[in-house]
Write a protein that binds this ligand. Structure first.
Ligand code: C5P
Length: 312
């Protein structure tokens, strides 16, 4: 009798923005301790996993050329980590992964981590694993600091490397405009630049996280806008001075506030309403301070299988 090949599984996973990114000192393991508040945004990648004789990774969509398809792709690390975790041969996974990018590549929005999280969820379904979200999150943390959040979605307070999460409640949706840059920034390089700036005595660190959690709970974008903060922003701007102009242009276009997303170079602008975000996006796209703009809202759920009727 022929073995039945399970149908491919498509998973959608969100980008993230850090509403608050407090970076502590460099640890012995090369990471920094973080206190961060993540929000998952409606800017997503779709990842399809399928059983295949010829394993591999394919990448489509914007910026696909800049994404490695070899073993360094986080998706591949996710396949191997999960195979190992459940006792399958990590060197013979017989899986093909197709990524459709909607999240900017190397943009500080956890695009690679979203793909890894989507792969874990897809494989758990494809391989019919009896594995809970907590166990999947443990595997996710071995792949990258942001992968557990891309699984989790919503809003969360992250500590440790950013992988230890506590859910955070928020009222209403928040509306964002994202200014995407022409070229990406390397996350390790931005952290190194921050260490360098600190060794020279600059810059001040952002405040405490509690007011951000209160603003989220209140659902008031004006209150949240005053509190957006990112300890990596000065480093990203130091490496890419044009970001200063981008940040200013977003506020001039009518956003409540702007912040560099994670390690950048994407700039995230919080807006008063959905209508205001559309207006800000239209105005910002005409100023010539970024490659393109996107409108998004948050929070949205974490990595989730796309139901068949939703698939085109
Ligand atoms: O965890 P991930 O592999 O995504 O991190 C990429 C790089 O970002 C790390 O190698 C490190 O240089 C930097 N990083 C850090 N502290 C964190 C998270 C990331 O220094 N908490």
């Amino acid at each position: 009798m022929l073995a039945v090949v399970p149908p491919p599984i498509t998973v959608r996973a969100p980008a993230k923005v850090n509403l608050h990114l407090g970076v502590g000192d460099l640890r012995d393991d090369g990471y920094h301790d973080l206190v961060t508040v993540f929000q998952a945004l409606s800017l997503t990648d779709e990842v399809t996993v399928a059983v295949a004789e010829e394993p591999g990774v394919e990448v489509h969509g914007e910026g696909a050329d800049a994404v490695p398809t070899g073993p360094s792709n986080l998706v591949w690390r996710a396949v191997q980590a999960l195979a190992q975790h459940v006792g399958r041969d990590p060197d013979e996974p017989r899986v093909r992964v197709v990524i459709n990018k909607g999240i900017p590549v190397a943009g500080g929005m956890a695009g690679g981590s979203a793909d890894a999280a989507a792969t874990l969820v897809g494989l758990a379904s494809l391989w019919r694993l009896d594995i809970g979200r907590d166990e999947l999150a443990d595997v996710a943390a071995t792949i990258g600091s942001d992968v557990p959040f891309c699984l989790h979605g919503g809003n969360a307070l992250g500590t440790g490397r950013g992988e230890r999460l506590v859910p955070v409640l928020s009222r209403h949706s928040f509306h964002w405009v994202l200014a995407l840059a022409r070229r990406g920034l390397s996350t390790p390089t931005v952290f190194e630049e921050m260490d360098r700036l600190r060794s020279e005595g600059r810059p001040p660190r952002i405040g405490s996280v509690e007011p951000v959690l209160e603003a989220l709970a209140s659902g008031d974008p004006r209150q949240l806008a005053l509190l957006l903060g990112n300890d990596l922003q000065a480093a990203a701007v130091s490496l890419r001075p044009t970001l200063r102009r981008t940040l200013r242009a977003g506020v001039n276009a009518g956003a409540l506030a702007g912040v560099v997303s994670g390690s950048g170079p994407t700039c995230a602008f919080l807006c008063e309403s959905a209508a205001s975000a559309v207006q800000v996006a239209a105005e910002l796209s005409g100023v010539g301070v970024c490659r393109t703009v996107r409108v998004a809202q948050g929070p949205v759920p974490g990595a989730k299988v796309v139901q068949r009727e939703e698939q085109s």
